[in-house]
Design a protein around this ligand. Structure first.
Ligand code: ATP
Ligand code: MG
Length: 367
């Protein structure tokens, strides 16, 4: 049975729709990510699932039961917030046990559950400390511990790692995944960070402006984004976009960027045909643009063009070249030993099998 279902859910504040027609099934025991830019409505959605915010229209079901009118405390959900809001005057132990105390659990039961959670999170040695004696990462663990002790059916995480440094975030990501394996509960995890989304979720729901853009696994989102928003949001550095004219000459379709022209493979012809004479967007990821000198084009359908190098960013394992055709700016990922310099004009190729095309008005993927 699906653990959480949102059906035609809307949220309206005043005369503004913040969450628009949300439909999703989060399967029992799955790890589902909601990802989207700031203010797209992520926290609002979690708060509606937790019951902290009313649903303006539509229905929320947990384990088949409609919960619209069920109080938060009866939904069997634990939410871990972005600012973990521990009680400063209580020890980690008391912070973790507090909700159980409120619910009337015995001291013995509280003790057992707190120690069990502390063992899972490896924070047994911190239980007597107060929040101000803890690092951010340790506080975060205590906040997660506070959720775990309740053994809820569902965990809602609202950007729990955003205040940690990059290394600790990486560690906690892996630990949360392990935790999920161990607890076998349903998790919805909200983030604005696409790397976090890609590395953690079985299923990722990409949101923009209160609307679901696409729900898919990480590989599918990366390879086959349904629209330009998802294509640009998922992947780092972002996908490059070139505005091109669709031209028909001698029965071949070309994409003309202004400084270069690419013949389109015949297999794309039917889908692109309606766009002849119009502009569309061609997308290509930075790792699919190559320095022509080092790319073997045998048996590949490639297109060549040249561009000026504006900035070279060495990252150790690779280099990002910031480039310009004069019409469009874009990024190519090249080998770290590539010796290309700023202001140099470089010959590039891209593999036509890797391009995506988008409708310029709707952003919908054409191929
Ligand atoms: N109680 C409220 N009254 C009016 N508007 C609200 C209320 N709560 C949230 N909003 C608005 O709803 C929009 C979405 O807010 P929300 O907090 O859900 O975004 P978010 O995706 O979680 O953003 P962030 O990544 O910054 O946390 C924002 O424009 C916000 O100003
Ligand atoms: Mg938020």
């Amino acid at each position: 049975m699906a653990a959480i279902v949102l059906k035609d859910v809307w949220k309206r504040y005043g005369d503004l729709d913040i969450v628009k027609n949300f439909n999703i099934e989060v399967l029992d025991r799955s790890f589902c990510i909601f990802v989207g830019p700031s203010e797209c409505g992520k926290t609002t959605i979690l708060r509606m699932i937790a019951g902290l915010e009313e649903v303006s229209k539509g229905y929320i079901y947990i384990d088949g039961l409609k919960v619209n009118d069920i109080a938060p405390k009866n939904r069997d959900i634990a939410m871990v917030f972005q600012n973990y809001a521990l009680y400063p005057h209580m020890t980690a132990y008391d912070n973790m046990g507090f909700s159980l105390k409120l619910r009337g659990y015995s001291k013995k039961e509280i003790h057992q559950r707190v120690y069990e959670a502390a063992e899972i999170l490896d924070i047994g040695y911190l239980l007597e400390k107060r929040p101000k004696q803890l690092s951010n990462g340790q506080r975060q663990r205590v906040a997660i511990g506070r959720a775990i002790v309740r053994k809820p059916k569902v965990f809602l995480f609202d950007e729990p790692l955003s205040s940690l440094d990059a290394k600790l975030r990486g560690q906690m990501r892996a630990e949360l995944k392990k935790l999920h394996e161990r607890l076998q509960s349903t998790i919805i995890y909200v983030t604005h960070d696409q790397t976090e989304a890609m590395t953690m979720g079985d299923k990722i729901c990409v949101i923009n402006d209160g609307r679901i853009q696409q729900i898919a696994g990480p590989v599918e989102l990366y390879d086959n984004p349904t629209n330009k928003f998802v294509a640009g949001f998922i992947g780092n550095p972002s996908m490059n976009f070139f505005e091109v004219d669709v031209i028909h000459k001698n029965d071949v379709i070309f994409l003309n960027e202004g400084t270069f022209e690419t013949p389109l493979p015949v297999r794309f012809r039917e889908k692109v045909f309606p766009y002849i004479g119009q502009k569309i967007i061609m997308g290509i990821r930075p790792e699919n643009i190559y320095d022509r000198l080092f790319y073997n084009t045998t048996n590949k359908e490639v297109s060549s063009f040249s561009a000026t190098v504006e900035v070279v960013e060495p990252l150790g394992s690779e280099k990002y070249l910031h480039l310009s055709t004069g019409k469009n700016e874009f990024i190519a990922k090249v080998d770290s030993h590539n010796s290309v310099k700023t202001n140099q004009i470089i010959d590039l190729v891209f593999n036509l099998a890797k391009i995506l095309l988008f409708d310029i008005k709707t952003g919908i993927q054409i191929i």
